[in-house]
Design a protein around this ligand. Structure first.
Ligand code: BJ8
Length: 425
């Protein structure tokens, strides 16, 4: 474990704005304690994940800093369509860079229109303010052509750091999957140049298994939430998924499986974190980057239990595995492309697969009501909400749409709406 002095020295070495970062650090523990640590009857094995969050700008960045000093390369990513498998196979580390904190929004607004989603403003602000060690440590950012806001944000971010943009197809036909496979090959070439390593069927096969194991651990964790009473809060389950974007892969998998052991024991004892009759909520929509726990906190402090997230910080991150059977590079890259193109982000047209996913999850997780969450100004998820609502109403599944950002300003108003929704279930 690095000492505080060593970590502070690292922050200075990687060019962070220490004064501004101190302001961030002063605000963070309060949110963390009030929202996460204050929960009753948390699983004991959540301690590992709480510690990762508590020291998120310290211990993990320090590991990456040491990795870089030994010549390792780091790729910063903003989307679950970036295939970690190939970068990991080349000996690189990937780390999520999406901002989930209101602190960074003003920095983003200094260069972006205010009517941009909070995730993009926060992500850019953390870089421009030089208050995220992950942004500072990355050797290259990898963007993608998903929503308009992100596409334009890449042009600003690329001004002072190498950036590679993956062209994500907007449809899901066979030719689109092949086109995405070609995009992955382009990424391989760039990453080979940066890392100085060569992709082989052997190193790729190892990393496919490693990352599939991480997804299997998350699948196991989330399947425990199908139990009633639910053995883990939505906030804690969301935190584990958020940590998956930053942590060392093997260590994360091991700790998630240890947590699952505890949760399965809780299920056997019929022990839960909420009463068995608490309304069970599926939250669907825009992703919730660390430390965005706002909606989960409002639901759970109003007596509901969030039992599933259909979002990129939820099922979209871990549901599909890469086929491990191909043994040659072409077959493996096509298997990776096929797996990623199964993810149902609202950036695709048509995207009926997402509605099917939501209906399936409602059944699997015995959901009483769906909260469809869009970050304000996220056109993709706000517009797709119309079809989600129609499909759920057809089946008599209670539905509520809400739009919000990272600021606490609308919390009271949202809480009133959420309480009314829960009472109706
Ligand atoms: S695969 S959801 S991570 S693009 S930034 S779309 S909130 S307006 S993040 Fe996403 Fe990849 Fe899709 Fe998932 Fe809306 Fe904001 Fe755009 Fe966002």
């Amino acid at each position: 474990m690095a000492t505080y002095q060593e970590i502070r020295q690292m922050w200075a070495d990687i060019g962070m704005d220490l004064e501004k970062h101190d302001e961030f650090l002063n605000s963070f523990p309060m949110v963390f304690k009030e929202i996460l640590l204050s929960q009753q009857n948390r699983p004991q094995k959540m301690n590992y994940f709480s510690n990762v969050v508590k020291t998120v700008h310290g211990q993990r960045p320090y590991e990456l800093y040491e990795f870089k000093q030994k010549g390792g390369k780091i790729f910063g990513t903003y989307c679950v369509y970036v295939p970690d498998e190939v970068l990991c196979a080349l000996g690189a580390v990937t780390t999520g860079l999406c901002g989930g904190d209101e602190f960074w929004v003003p920095g983003g607004e200094s260069v972006l229109p205010r009517n941009t989603c909070a995730l993009i403003k926060s992500s850019l602000g953390s870089r421009l303010d030089r208050t995220s060690p992950f942004c500072q440590l990355a050797d290259m950012y990898i963007g993608e052509t998903t929503c308009d806001g992100k596409k334009k944000a890449w042009e600003i971010l690329s001004q002072d750091k190498p950036m590679h943009i993956m062209d994500l197809p907007q449809m899901k036909r066979d030719q689109d999957v092949r086109r995405f496979a070609a995009e992955i090959w382009d990424l391989v070439k760039i990453a080979e140049d940066i890392t100085g390593n060569k992709l082989t069927a052997e190193n790729l096969s190892r990393s496919i298994r490693l990352i599939n194991d991480k997804r299997r651990a998350l699948q196991r964790l989330h399947s425990t939430r199908q139990a009633s009473p639910v053995p883990i809060s939505g906030k804690d389950a969301l935190t584990v998924t958020q940590v998956a974007f930053y942590d060392d892969i093997q260590r994360f998998t091991d700790n998630t499986n240890v947590l699952c052991d505890e949760l399965e024991e809780r299920i056997a004892r019929h022990e839960g974190v909420a009463p068995a009759d608490a309304p069970r909520i599926l939250v669907t929509g825009s992703p919730m980057a660390l430390p965005n726990w706002k909606v989960h906190h409002l639901v759970e402090s109003s007596g509901g239990a969030v039992v599933c997230e259909e979002m990129c910080t939820g099922t979209r991150y871990f549901e599909n595995l890469v086929d491990e059977t191909p043994t040659d590079l072409d077959g493996q890259i096509l298997a990776i492309a096929s797996r990623y193109m199964k993810t149902n982000c609202a950036c695709f047209t048509t995207n009926s697969g997402r509605v099917d996913d939501i209906i399936r999850l409602v059944q699997d997780y015995r959901v009483d009501g769906v909260i469809d969450y869009a970050l304000q100004f996220c056109g993709l998820y706000s517009i797709e909400s119309h079809l989600v609502k129609a499909a759920l109403q057809d089946r008599g599944i209670p539905f509520m749409h809400l739009e919000t950002d990272y600021s606490p300003a609308d919390s009271e108003q949202l809480q009133v709406r959420i309480q009314a929704f829960l009472e109706m279930l």
